[in-house]
Every structure is written in C-alpha cells, then in structure tokens.
Design a protein around this ligand. Structure first.
Ligand code: ADP
Ligand code: MG
Length: 247
C-alpha cells in the first residue's frame, strides 16, 4: 500500500513562491490500477516524481507498506520495488537495448527470448532493436517504448508510467494496453498510470483528476468520465482560470 499524506511542494521562482502540489492525500492499495489524469501543468508528473523520490516534497509524508519513505532516495525506493517511467525518458549513449533490459531484469544471462518477450509488449522487434544503442539515433517514441519494456523487465511491485501513450502508434498502444490489463488481472503489480487515453482510463480501478496541484475529483470510469467530458468542452480552461483570478 502506498500512502501520500498531505503532500505539498512549493518552489520559489524569481522571488515568488509557487505551489506545485497542495495538500495531496491519497492511498493506493496493492494490486490496484490508478490513473492520474487532468490538464497539462496540473502537477501529475511532479506527483509521480514525489512517489519515486526524484522530487522531495516540502511538506507531508509518504508511506510505503507502512514504512515512512519520505526521506528515502530513488535508489532506496527502487530497492523497495518502486519504478518510474519518465514522461520524457533519458537516452544512454554507449548502452544497448539488450544492456538496459539485462540491467533492469537483474539477470545477467537474460536470453534473447526474454528480451523479445518484453519488447513485443511495446510493439518492438528484438531483431531490430537489441543491439542498438539508446542514443539520439532512436526516435522519442522508440526511447519511450524501450523504457517501458525495461520497467516490464524489472517487474517491480509498484510501477509508475508517465503518459505511456506518448509517441506510440495505435497498434503498439493496443498491445501495451493489453499488457497493462494482464498485469492488473493477475495482480502482479500495483500500477499508477498518468494518462489521457480513454482506453487506459477504462482499465482503472480509480481515476483521479489532478489540476492546479490538487486532487480535483476521483472515482470509477463511469463516475469520472462524464465530468472530464464536461470539463474539457466549452470555454478555454486557461482563460476561465485567469478570469476567475481577476474577479
Ligand atoms: N522545480 C520546479 N520549479 C518551478 N516550476 C515547476 C517545477 N516543477 C514543476 N513546475 C511547474 O509545476 C507545474 C506542474 O508541472 P507537472 O507536474 O509537470 O504537470 P503535469 O505533469 O500535470 O503536466 C507546471 O506549471 C510546471 O511548470
Ligand atoms: Mg506530466
């Protein structure tokens, strides 16, 4: 079970304090699939980084399986079984796809068959990619898919995916959705997925809409979807917010 208690994150930029996360509390039980969605800039990635230990909150507490991990760094959290796939994954010059999968799996004799198993789930063919370096010669979408494959190879208890749909074609995306569904069905991991995709939202046990650094509303797909639709049609959200602030 992952518990965030009153998490806040404030930064000072050009002398002005800015609140990125504001008193966020949420509990995610083991084996659940929770989707965070909401407008760009709402705080979803920051929240994911707080869970992974890449961002230290300025207030609040994080518990993982009852243990306070608020001050634990990324390596410590990875050891506890938490993994995170970046919205924009880094590239690794000089390291091949096979190297990355091997490191992630913890099996230094990882077979081509197993690599193929992980890569197929993100729509990539091992023959084309295993010996390629994860450098600038790969497209953003390819790097993204390779990173998702490394998360699958790692097989963590808690996996956080930040907009896994970005840069992925429809066919590979359908396969990836099936993979998420299978992990969920077999309860082999807890998943936190940041996504705007209806197909992923439909898989979730709970959908949490994040906006302005707060949890705006939450519920099942049936409960939340009509609200999202109402929110996203009509007036421009940026202007609406500015108008509200000027009143
Ligand atoms: N370290 C930081 N300093 C200043 N602003 C930040 C910092 N981290 C995030 N932000 C801002 O916080 C807001 C939320 O960002 P983010 O978590 O990436 O949102 P989302 O993933 O929902 O699009 C954005 O406006 C972003 O520019
Ligand atoms: Mg983001």
């Amino acid at each position: 079970m992952l518990e965030l208690k009153h998490i806040s994150y404030r930064v000072t930029e050009a002398g002005a304090e800015q609140t990125i996360l504001d008193d966020v509390s949420v509990a995610i039980p083991d084996g659940k699939l929770v989707v965070f969605t909401g407008p760009n800039g709402g705080g979803k990635t920051t929240l994911a980084k707080v869970i992974m230990g890449l961002v230290t909150p300025t207030g609040g507490q994080i518990l993982y399986n009852g243990r306070d991990v608020t001050d634990l760094d990324i390596t410590g959290r990875a050891r506890l079984g938490i993994s995170y796939g970046f919205q924009q994954p880094p590239r690794f010059k000089g390291i091949t796809v096979r190297d990355l999968l091997t490191i992630a799996s913890g099996d230094d004799k990882l077979t081509k068959d197993r690599c193929c198993h992980f890569l197929t789930q993100v729509g990539l063919c091992a023959n084309d990619y295993l010996d390629r370096e994860v450098d600038v010669s790969l497209s953003g979408g390819e790097v993204k898919r390779i990173e998702i494959a490394t998360l699958l190879a790692r097989g963590s208890e808690l996996m956080i995916f930040d907009e896994p749909e970005a840069g992925i074609d429809l066919w590979s995306f359908a396969r990836l959705t099936e993979t998420f569904e299978a992990i969920h069905r077999t309860h082999s991991a807890t998943m936190v997925i940041i996504s705007h995709q209806e197909r992923i939202i439909q898989l979730a046990d709970e959908i949490i809409v994040v906006g302005d650094g707060r949890l705006q509303y939450r519920g099942s797909a049936e409960e939340v979807f009509p609200k999202i639709m109402a929110d996203t049609t009509g007036s421009c959200p940026v202007l609406t917010r500015k108008e509200a602030a000027n009143q």
